[in-house]
Ligand binder design. Sequence first.
Ligand code: PEP
Ligand code: MG
Length: 581
Amino acid sequence: MERNRGIAVAPGVAIGPALVLGSEDFRIPQRFVRVDAIETEVARFRAALVAAVAEITEHEALASSRLGEQYGAIFAAHRQLAQDPRLVKEVEDLIRQKCHAPEFAASRVLRQYARTLRNLGDRYFAERASDLYDLEKRILRHLLGERKEELAHLSAPVIVLAHNLTPSETANLDTRFVLGFATEVGGKSSHTAILAGALELPAVVGVGSFLSEVAGGETIIIDGNEGLVIIDPDEETLGSYRDAEQKRQSTAVKLKSLGPLQSETRDGVLIRLNGNIEFPHEVKHCTDRGAEGIGLYRTEFLYLENDQEPSEEVQFEAYSEVIRAFPDKPVIIRTLDLGAEKFPQSMREVIEATPNPALGLRSLRLTLQNQAMFKTQLRAILRAAVLGDVRLMFPLVSTLLELRQAKMILADVVEDLHEEQIPFRREIQVGMMVEVPSAALLADEFAREVDFFSIGTNDLIQYTLAVDRANPAVANLYSSADPSIFRMIRFVLAAAEKHKVSVSVCGQMSSDPIYTPLLVGMGLRELSVTPHAIPEVKQAVRSLTVPQAEEIARHAQSLEVARDVENYLRGEFKKLSADLV
Ligand code: PEP
Ligand code: MG
């Protein structure tokens, strides 16, 4: 039995056989081939090359049209390398003359070229060396088969263990068979972690390297409460996990019964609890738990699930499904937040070739440069909005000009729909995420131009503390309890109050009930949380009075370091609702 500790990101326990997806490092199963198989092996290499070139060409076209010629050029360079007759001949010579397996031959030739370029000591050539490594990976993937394909053909329950799962891979997990997952990389507020919550799959991320210990098929326990991955558990451990899980489920049922009760403090102040969703089917998770509306609908998952841009009609249907579940409650639809971690498979290479994608062309910036795509989404939202109280929200706004440009495009779409005499809602509240420090610092100016703010602490922490939300190596610095974050929130609350703009918190911070007293005490009266956290947060609200929350918030804000704040809040939460901890 072996225990590995990581970061717990979605509660619950899953027990089942391991399906290992491995890292990006391909293991070459055999290095040499028989003499009589040489021509077959050469043919296999040529077929893999043809498939790789076709794939690169497709990505080249897509990157050029979506992001511009300069991105397409990255793939054009890969394509030229893959078609270089000298390089191809060298690989084939190794297969023919030295009986090398095509995987071994391709790897040797490409690495030899890459090493030579790197050793020149020039930055430009060193970058070209990484193109060769990319090409090597791609050819090997075609020769060895894409192991992640296995995920598409599951027929029995498994626990998925992977070096990394991208948000789009996670969104496409077949929850009929995947019981839970663990990854070597990833952080608490990464989108993969958020999706684990959305799919209600126990999950642990940021475990560090452990996959070399697992062959596949071993029994695995994913403990999504404590952040443990246990390989080959003994009978005693298995038994105690089964008991503990039963207890947890009965507590969850008890908590669920809070659904119909008001989310109000002991002294009668209402704290509105909305749900965060990524998929339309999650509205049921929200209604079951008594959410009062949708505070954040992350629409980009429509693009990630299908790996292509959904049509206006497909979007209209998805939005309508959500609104129909809440016909007389607010539904905040956030426009596309693609880029950084969230990309469809087809954009993977462009994103991975971009230095600092979190600071690059993502989110609203990406949509502003792809107006056709943006307008299609806005049309679908405005049309669906006739069904209920829909509000529109822009993500990652960092300057006033961006906000104004987005609103101008919205006004164009309103005009178009009007001229086309298509039914739509003209009067719609427009709000923005506050998730970039510049937006928090200028909240006073932004508040004059929007109807509401939603504070996205996941990115706000990442950008305020300069710490990648998905990188376990810096996870110790990533904390909602950092005093700098409280100061950012205070800026936003003060501006919202002054301009009578409503404000909510929709980052993961609001889903952790230890922060409920602090947020209520700071003045928040609306929170948007991940559906499975609604009962616990409601319980926390119901255990408080506002003066108590204000006292907790005052003390928490007097502390200087995140660790002390976190310990203090945990202690207070324990006192307030001892039986939940
Ligand atoms: C956030 O950044 O807090 C947020 C809610 O947006 P996302 O997690 O989708 O980036
Ligand atoms: Mg965000």
